[in-house]
Design a protein around this ligand. Sequence first.
Ligand code: PLP
Length: 290
Amino acid sequence: MSSSPVLFLAEIHPDGATTFSPADASAPHVRVDDLGVTRGDGIFESVAVVDGHPQSLRHHLERFARSAALLELPAPDTAAWAQAVADAAAAHASAPELLAKLVLTRGVEGGDVPTGWVHVFPAHDYGSQRTAGIDVLVLERAYPSDVVTRAPWLLQGAKTLSYALNTAAQRYARAHGADDVVFVSSDGDVLEGPNSTVLARLADRWVTPPPDLGILDGTTAGRAFAWAAGRGDRTEVARLRVDDLRVADAVWLLSSGRLSAPVRSLDGVPRPTDAALQAELLHHLLTVHD
Ligand code: PLP
């Protein structure tokens, strides 16, 4: 059992079958001409490992496979990746919250073998975001809401390694006194955060925007919906406008690592949060293993 990060490297065979073997996470392994490094040409998933259990692993692996298809990468050997996540999580010293990062790149330039690995490490501490909430800016993604069909080469909806734009948006938010971002389409649809899904509580409904807007199908939102449905609430995957977020009873950003963070202001305007609902939702996300 390792108290430092755990790494399993993939060996991807010509027929797609994949085997994993443990490697030293503190040693270099990726070549400088790997297209994942030089072009961000690849995909990833970040899976929360809560009390040793990889949460929503099947949903993550389905999304991983969809991202691979969108980038025309070979289909991941799902059973092998699932086993590697389980083995890597089990090999790490136990901790309440770990993260398992799955990476698949197009491989070394000029070759035709993808590069892949599973890396398990302690999760960032999101304690204060979960309790105090976050200040959010609404920023333009500047793509239309039909970007998926109009311009599929933009890969919206795939979880690619090209996250420089996402982190730039978060730096912009921090430089302007906020913690995070909600993107809107050029025609005014609420999309997602740079690394999160938007969830709104509107009267008796829980709403999150639809993936066909070119956003990720959030695994944490899926878990939140299961919780909401379990308490008898209405859940809807539906379009939202920014004005809906302004009048919503409560808004959250959800992601595998932070789980749920209440949005306490939007574009500098304070908005209500619901501490009791946040406590109940977070408790579900931290204690129910699915
Ligand atoms: N949208 C984007 C762009 C993301 O990067 C993420 C996660 O990192 C999410 C949404 C939330 O997805 P999940 O809840 O599966 O972590």
